[in-house]
Design a protein around this ligand. Structure first.
Ligand code: GLY
Length: 416
C-alpha cells in the first residue's frame, strides 16, 4: 500500500505511467539496434573504405572511424573519423545501454569504441573535444567507477582551455586559435563546458577551468540571444583593441536565418545552462535556462507532439528529432531545480517529447534507418547535409533522457 502510494506520487501523470511502462521494451529494442550497428561497424573501425568526413592533417590515428549515421542513398553506414565532432556519441550510447540493461556486452563494446577516440585529448583546433571525450570517457569513468581515464580527461580540458581568449572571456568554437579576423562562437559550445566543470573539481584539476566555463557562459548570455530568449547560431566577435568583444557579425550558420532560432541550438542552450546551474549553483544560469526553455516550449510554431521543426522559423518543414531529445534531457534535469507548477510543466513537456520519440513515428523498426534509433533528424539543412535522417547524437540524448526519466520515476540501473 505504502509502495503504491510512493509510486503514484513519483509518477505524476498518465503520460508518465505510460512512458514508465514502455521503458523496458524501448531499452530492449534499442539494445538490439545497437548490437546490429556495432556488428556492421566493427570491421571498418580502422579501415578507409568509408565516407571521408574531415581532413585529418597530421593528427595521429586519422584512419580510425566511428559510426555516425546512415548513408541511405548508398545503403551503408556512415562512418566518420574519430576527429568528427560526434565521435563520442556512439560510444556514449553504448555506455547508456550498459547503464540501462546491465548487459556486459555493452560494457565491453563501449570500452573498445571509447578507447578508439582517445587521441582527441591532444586536440585543440576545435571546441568539440568536450562532446567527444566527455560523452565517451566521462560516462566510462562514471559507470566503471574508475579514475583510470582522469589524466586523459584533464589533458582534454587543458586542450580545450587553449581556445579561451581572456580578452574576450570566451572560448572560440571554430577556427584556428591565432586567427585574428574572425572569432566564431556557437551555442553548442555550452555543452563542452561540462568537461571543464568536471576538470575544475577533479583530483589534479585546476580552478581556472571553472573560471573559463563561467566566463564563457556569462558572456554568451549577454550576446548570443535575442530579447525573447531565441538563440543566434554563429556570432563573430571583434578582437581589435578598442572593439574587443563587440559582435561584428551574425551568421545564420545551420539555422534558417539570422532572425530565427535554429532548434538544435536552442536545445543546446537549454541543456547547457541547466548543466551550468547544476555545476555552479549560480542562480543566473537557472534563470536563463528557464528563459531559453520557455522560448521553446511556448513557441507558436512548436508542434503538438513536442518535436520541433528544424528551425523555429520553418513551420511545416522537416522536424529535428535530435533537437527534441536534447531538449527533453535538459528539461528533465531543469524540472528538478524548478519547484512547483513551473518545474512540473518542464517535466510534462519532456515526457510528451519522449512519448513521441518512442512512437512508431520516430522510433525505427529493426533493420530500417541503418538500425539507428531515431528517424527524422536534421544535421545542416542550409548546406543540404543530413536532412530527415538518423543522427548519432539524437540517439545519445534520447537514451540519456530515458535514463533520467527512469531515475525520476524511482527506477534503478542494474549497474549503478
Ligand atoms: N554542433 C553541431 C550541431 O549541433 O550540428
Amino acid at each position: 500500500m505504502l509502495t503504491a502510494f510512493i509510486f503514484a506520487a513519483i509518477l505524476a501523470s498518465p503520460g508518465e505511467i505510460e512512458l514508465d511502462k514502455k521503458l523496458p521494451v524501448v531499452f530492449e529494442k534499442s539494445a538490439a539496434h545497437y548490437r546490429a550497428i556495432d556488428a556492421a561497424a566493427t570491421p571498418f573501425m580502422d579501415k578507409g573504405d568509408v565516407k571521408e568526413a574531415v581532413p585529418h592533417g597530421d593528427k595521429p590515428h586519422g584512419e580510425r572511424r566511428v559510426p555516425h549515421g546512415w548513408d541511405a542513398k548508398n545503403g551503408k553506414l556512415d562512418m566518420r573519423s574519430i576527429y568528427w565532432w560526434t565521435s563520442g556519441h556512439f560510444p556514449g550510447s553504448l555506455w547508456y545501454l550498459y547503464e540501462a540493461t546491465g548487459d556486459e556486452f555493452f560494457k565491453e563494446r563501449a570500452t573498445v569504441w571509447t578507447e578508439l577516440v582517445a587521441p582527441n585529448s591532444k586536440v585543440s583546433d576545435n571546441h568539440d573535444v568536450g562532446f567527444i571525450m566527455y560523452c565517451s570517457f566521462g560516462n566510462a569513468r562514471r559507470l566503471l567507477r574508475t579514475d583510470r581515464y582522469d589524466a586523459l580527461l584533464l589533458e582534454t580540458a587543458a586542450s580545450l582551455a587553449k581556445r579561451f581568449n581572456p580578452d574576450l572571456g570566451l572560448i572560440r568554437s571554430w577556427g584556428d586559435i591565432g586567427e585574428k579576423r574572425d572569432f566564431l562562437v556557437i551555442p553548442d559550445n555550452m555543452m563542452n563546458l561540462e568537461l571543464l566543470e568536471w576538470a575544475a573539481k577533479a583530483k589534479g584539476g585546476e580552478e581556472r577551468f571553472d573560471d573559463i566555463a563561467r566566463s564563457h557562459a556569462t558572456k554568451t548570455i549577454a550576446h548570443h540571444f535575442r530579447a525573447d530568449g531565441g538563440t543566434y547560431h554563429v556570432l563573430n566577435y571583434d578582437q581589435r583593441p578598442g572593439f574587443c568583444g563587440v559582435v561584428q557579425e551574425i551568421r545564420r550558420g545551420q539555422g534558417l536565418s539570422c532572425e530565427t532560432a535554429w532548434s538544435r541550438g536552442q536545445s543546446w542552450a537549454i541543456y547547457g545552462y541547466t548543466m551550468m546551474y547544476r555545476e555552479t549553483k549560480d542562480p543566473a544560469y537557472l534563470e536563463f535556462a528557464q528563459k531559453v526553455s520557455d522560448f521553446a516550449i511556448n513557441h507558436p510554431n512548436m508542434p503538438a507532439d513536442g518535436v520541433p521543426y528544424w528551425d523555429f522559423g520553418a513551420p511545416g518543414e522537416e522536424r529535428d528529432s535530435s533537437a527534441a531529445s536534447i531538449m527533453a534531457s535538459g528539461l528533465l534535469e531543469l524540472s528538478t531545480f524548478v519547484p512547483g507548477e513551473k518545474g512540473a510543466k518542464y517535466r510534462a513537456f519532456a515526457v510528451k517529447q519522449l512519448l513521441s520519440l518512442c512512437s512508431n513515428a520516430y522510433f525505427a523498426k529493426p533493420g530500417e534507418n541503418g538500425d539507428w534509433l531515431l528517424k527524422h533528424g536534421v544535421g545542416h539543412k542550409p548546406a543540404g547535409g543530413e536532412i530527415d535522417t538518423p543522427l548519432d547524437y539524437g540517439d545519445y540524448y534520447f537514451l540519456e533522457a530515458l535514463l533520467r526519466f527512469r531515475r525520476l520515476a524511482g527506477g534503478f540501473s542494474p549497474v549503478m
